[in-house]
Write a protein of this length. Structure first.
Length: 749
C-alpha cells in the first residue's frame, strides 16, 4: 500500500496538478465543437483516390459541389421561371465561396425540371481553397436567406434549401452537438438523484457527479488541443460525454463506496482513503485497462470516425481512471466523515442493503444449475437473433427532420431528382501508350457511356459526350479542336494529357442509397471488361462509393478487432487474477452479452418491433455498418467493468481464508449494490442519448443500454456466481489457492 499511502499523503500536490490541468484544458473544451471534423474519410480508399484526381488532373469548378434546391417558383423552361432563377443564380456567382454555378440556364436538361412545373435545383461548385464545410455552407445559407426574403414579394412560396455532402456534414455536426448537450442536461440530474438514493448523503452523491463532469471537460479540452494538429471526427464528442458520464461516475462511485466502508469499519479518514486507493484503485485500473483494449482495437480501422471514437474512448477512460485513483483518495481523506454530510432522514444505516444481497448470494450458490438456467434463457433467446443482423445503410428517411439539408433532400425527392446527391463519379484512366483522345479509346469510352445511359438504374450520365452533343458537336470534332477551343468543353471531364476521362452518373430517384452502393460495386466489378481497352484502369468515387468503401473498411476488420479484444482481455485478466478459468468465463459471458445486444438491435431497429417507442417510424432493414464494431468494442469493456468489480471482491475474500461459497456470497453482499447502482447510472446515460435525433447515437445508446442491463443483472447476479460455484477451487488454477499470510478480511454477516 506504499503507493496508496503516497497518494493520500501528497494529496495537496496532486490536487494542485489537477487544478493546473483543469486551467489548461477547460477553456479548450468550450470550443471543441468548432474544431472537430464533420467529414468522414477513408485513408487509402478508391473513393478518396477519385477525390484527389478531381482536385488534380481532372480539376474543375465542380470537384466539390453543393445542391441548392429551389421551390415555389415557376418552371425555369418558361420566361417567368427563368427570370426568377437568374435573380437567384447571379448573386451566387459573386460569393467568394463559389467557384461555379450550373443550372437549367446553362444547359436546358429536363433533369433540372420538376414534375408539375414548380421548382428546380442549382449545382454550386465550391471554391477549392476553402477546405472546411463550416466555412462554406453557413455564409451561403445567409446569402440565400437574404435572397429569399427579397424575392418573396414576387414569389410568396419561395424556398431555398441547401443539401449535398458539405451541407449534410454541417447539419449533422450541429445535430450531434445539440444531442450531446441535451443528453448531458437530461442525464446529470437523474444521475445525481440515483447516487443520492444509493448513498443517502448529498456530499457522497455529488462527488461522483463532479468527477464525471470534470473527466468529460478535461477530455474534451485535450481532444480540442489534439484536433488542432490531427483532424478528429465530431463523433468523439458523443463518445466522450456518453462514457464520461458512465465510467467517470462509476469509478468515482466505487472509490467513494470503498472509503465509506473503511469509515464504517472504524478506520481513520486517512487509513480509509488508503484502503480505498489500494483496493478500489486496483479494481479501477484493471477495469480501465479492459475498456481501453476495445478502443485500442478501433485504431486499426482506417476511418477517421472510428479513430475519433477510439481516441475519445481512450482519453476519457484514462482521465476518468486517473481522477478516481489519484485525486479522489486525497479529497476523501480531507473530507473524512463529512462525506456523509447532508444525510437523508429516515434512511437505514449504510450497508444494511448488503443483507438482502447476501441472502441472494446464498440462494444462487445453493442452486447454481437453477440460477444458470434462469439467467441464460433471456440471453440465449436474444443472442440467437444476432446472426440475422444486417449491416449497411438503413432504409427510409432517417435523417433528422430538423436539418435543412434533410428537408432539401425531401424537396428533391418530390421532384424525382434525389439521385443528384447520390451521383457516382467514374474515372477512366487509359494506359501510357494511349490517350482518351485517340479514336479507338474514344470509341470504347463512347460505347461505355452509352451502355451506362441505358442502365435502368441510371437517370443521366454527364460526360464530355453529353456536353459535346449539347453544343451540336461530334466527338471527333472535339478531338481535332485546338487545345484553347477544346478546353471549355473538356475541362473537368478530360485531363489535359487526354489520359483520364470523367463520367458522372446520376442514379434514378427510385434507387435507394443501398441500391446506389450496389451500383458502385457493379461498376467496380465490370467496368474494365465493358470498356475493353487493354491496360485501362477504372476508379469509382462519389458519395455511394464512399459508403461502399466505408462498409468494406469496417466489416473487413470486424473479425480482427474481435480477436484482438478477446485475446487482449484474456491476457489482462490472467495477469490481474492469476487464473485461466476466470478470464475464459468472463470472455464467454461478455460474448454472450454482446450477441444479446445485437439480437435486440435486430428485433427493434432492423425489424421494427417496438421501434416507435424510440422515435423510429418503420423497420430500418439494416443497421449502420460501423455500429457492430463500436458496440462490440464498448460493450466488451463495460461488461468487464462489472466482472472486475465482482471478481476482485471474490478473490479478496478467497485469499483472506473464506471458502468458495462464502467468498462468492461475501462478494455479492459487498459489490451487488455498487454494480446495480453503476448499471442504473449507465442506463440513465444511454437512455438520454436514445432520445436524440441522431439515429446512429440512438442505436448505440439502445444497444449499450440493453447490454448493461443484461450484464449487471442476469450475468453478474445469476450466471457469473453460479459458474463460480460450480467451478469451485478450479476458479483459481494455476495460481496459489491462498495468500501465504495476512489476517482474514471477510466480514461475517
Amino acid at each position: 500500500m506504499t503507493l496508496a499511502r503516497l497518494l493520500v499523503r501528497q494529496r495537496g500536490w496532486i490536487g494542485l496538478l489537477w487544478v493546473v490541468a483543469a486551467c489548461v484544458f477547460l477553456p479548450q473544451a468550450g470550443r471543441v465543437g468548432s474544431v472537430l471534423d464533420v467529414g468522414a474519410r477513408i485513408r487509402g480508399s478508391e473513393s478518396a483516390a477519385v477525390e484527389r484526381l478531381l482536385s488534380g488532373p481532372l480539376a474543375s469548378s465542380y470537384a466539390r459541389v453543393g445542391v441548392l434546391v429551389v421551390g415555389g417558383i415557376p418552371s425555369p423552361d418558361v420566361a417567368d421561371g427563368a427570370a426568377a432563377l437568374r435573380r437567384i443564380v447571379w448573386p451566387l456567382w459573386e460569393a467568394e465561396q463559389v467557384a461555379g454555378v450550373f443550372s437549367y440556364l446553362d444547359h436546358p436538361d429536363t433533369l433540372f425540371l420538376a414534375p408539375g412545373g414548380r421548382g428546380t435545383f442549382v449545382l454550386v461548385g465550391f471554391a477549392p481553397d476553402i477546405a472546411k464545410p463550416d466555412q462554406l455552407v453557413p455564409p451561403l445559407r445567409r446569402l440565400t436567406t437574404r435572397l429569399a426574403d427579397s424575392l418573396r414579394a414576387d414569389y410568396p412560396a419561395l424556398t431555398l434549401r441547401w443539401t449535398g455532402e458539405a451541407a449534410l456534414n454541417v447539419d449533422l455536426r450541429r445535430t450531434s452537438s445539440r444531442d450531446v448537450a441535451s443528453a448531458e442536461r437530461r442525464a446529470l440530474p437523474l444521475t445525481a438523484l440515483l447516487l443520492l438514493f444509493a448513498f443517502g448523503a448529498v456530499v457522497a452523491a455529488l462527488i461522483p457527479v463532479l468527477a464525471g463532469a470534470l473527466a468529460i471537460t478535461i477530455t474534451l479540452g485535450v481532444a480540442a488541443s489534439v484536433a488542432q494538429v490531427w483532424p478528429i471526427s465530431i463523433l468523439l464528442q458523443s463518445v466522450v460525454v456518453m462514457l464520461g458520464l458512465g465510467l467517470g461516475i462509476d469509478y468515482a462511485l466505487l472509490m467513494v463506496s470503498r472509503f465509506r466502508e473503511g469509515l464504517l469499519a472504524g478506520s481513520s479518514p486517512e487509513a480509509a482513503a488508503e484502503q480505498a486507493a489500494h483496493h478500489a484503485g486496483h479494481t479501477i485500473l484493471l477495469s480501465a485497462a479492459a475498456v481501453a483494449l476495445g478502443f485500442t482495437a478501433l485504431l486499426t480501422v482506417p476511418l477517421n470516425e472510428m479513430r475519433a471514437i477510439a481516441v475519445g474512448g481512450l482519453l476519457v477512460v484514462i482521465v476518468s481512471a486517473l481522477l478516481a485513483t489519484t485525486l479522489l483518495p486525497g479529497v476523501l481523506a480531507a473530507l473524512g466523515p463529512r462525506v456523509d454530510w447532508g444525510r437523508l432522514p429516515r434512511r437505514a444505516p449504510h450497508g444494511s442493503g448488503a443483507e438482502a444481497w447476501t441472502r441472494w448470494g446464498r440462494w444462487v450458490t445453493a442452486r447454481p444449475w437453477t440460477a444458470l438456467l434462469l439467467g441464460a434463457l433471456p440471453l440465449v433467446l436474444l443472442a440467437v437473433q444476432a446472426p440475422r443482423l444486417r449491416t449497411g445503410l438503413p432504409r427510409g428517411d432517417w435523417l433528422p427532420a430538423s436539418m435543412e439539408s434533410a428537408r432539401a433532400l425531401e424537396d428533391l425527392h418530390a421532384m424525382g431528382r434525389r439521385g443528384v446527391v447520390q451521383s457516382v463519379r467514374v474515372v477512366v484512366q487509359f494506359p501510357e501508350a494511349g490517350s482518351a483522345t485517340r479514336a479507338e479509346e474514344w470509341d470504347s469510352l463512347a460505347r461505355f457511356n452509352e451502355a451506362l445511359g441505358a442502365d435502368p438504374r441510371i437517370e443521366r450520365v454527364r460526360s464530355v459526350f453529353a456536353v459535346a452533343e449539347a453544343r451540336g458537336l461530334r466527338w471527333d470534332e472535339v478531338v481535332t479542336m485546338p487545345e484553347p477551343l477544346a478546353r471549355p468543353i473538356t475541362r473537368g471531364l478530360v485531363s489535359a494529357d487526354g489520359r483520364m476521362a470523367l463520367l458522372e452518373v446520376v442514379p434514378r430517384d427510385a434507387v435507394t442509397p443501398e441500391g446506389a452502393v450496389a451500383l458502385v460495386r457493379d461498376l467496380r466489378a465490370t467496368a474494365v471488361s465493358r470498356i475493353g481497352v487493354r491496360g485501362v484502369r477504372v476508379l469509382v468515387g462519389g458519395l455511394p462509393a464512399f459508403n461502399a468503401d466505408y462498409q468494406d473498411a469496417v466489416s473487413g476488420r470486424f473479425g480482427a478487432i474481435v480477436a484482438l479484444i478477446v485475446v487482449g482481455t484474456l491476457f489482462a485478466l490472467f495477469f490481474g487474477f492469476r487464473s485461466i478459468l476466470v478470464p475464459l468465463k468472463a470472455v464467454v459471458l461478455n460474448l454472450l452479452t454482446v450477441a444479446a445486444a445485437f439480437g435486440a438491435l435486430v428485433l427493434v431497429f432492423q425489424e421494427g418491433h417496438g421501434a416507435r417507442l424510440f422515435g423510429v417510424a418503420e423497420p430500418l432493414g439494416a443497421v449502420f455498418s460501423s455500429l457492430p464494431v463500436i458496440v462490440f468494442s464498448i460493450v466488451f469493456g463495460l461488461s468487464m467493468d462489472y466482472e472486475v468489480f465482482l471478481m476482485t471482491r471474490v478473490r479478496e475474500a478467497h485469499f483472506a481464508g473464506a471458502g468458495d461459497r462464502e467468498a462468492i456470497v461475501d462478494a455479492l453482499g459487498t459489490t451487488a449494490r455498487v454494480i446495480t447502482s453503476a448499471a442504473a447510472i449507465m442506463l440513465v446515460v444511454f437512455a438520454a442519448f436514445m432520445l436524440g435525433d441522431f439515429l446512429l447515437t440512438k442505436m448505440l445508446g439502445f444497444a449499450l443500454a440493453v447490454a448493461v442491463l443484461l450484464d449487471a443483472t442476469v450475468v453478474r447476479m445469476l450466471i457469473g456466481p453460479a459458474l463460480l460455484q460450480l467451478a469451485g477451487r478450479w476458479n483459481w488454477w494455476p495460481g496459489s489457492s491462498r495468500r501465504p499470510a495476512g489476517p482474514s478480511r471477510v466480514q461475517k454477516r
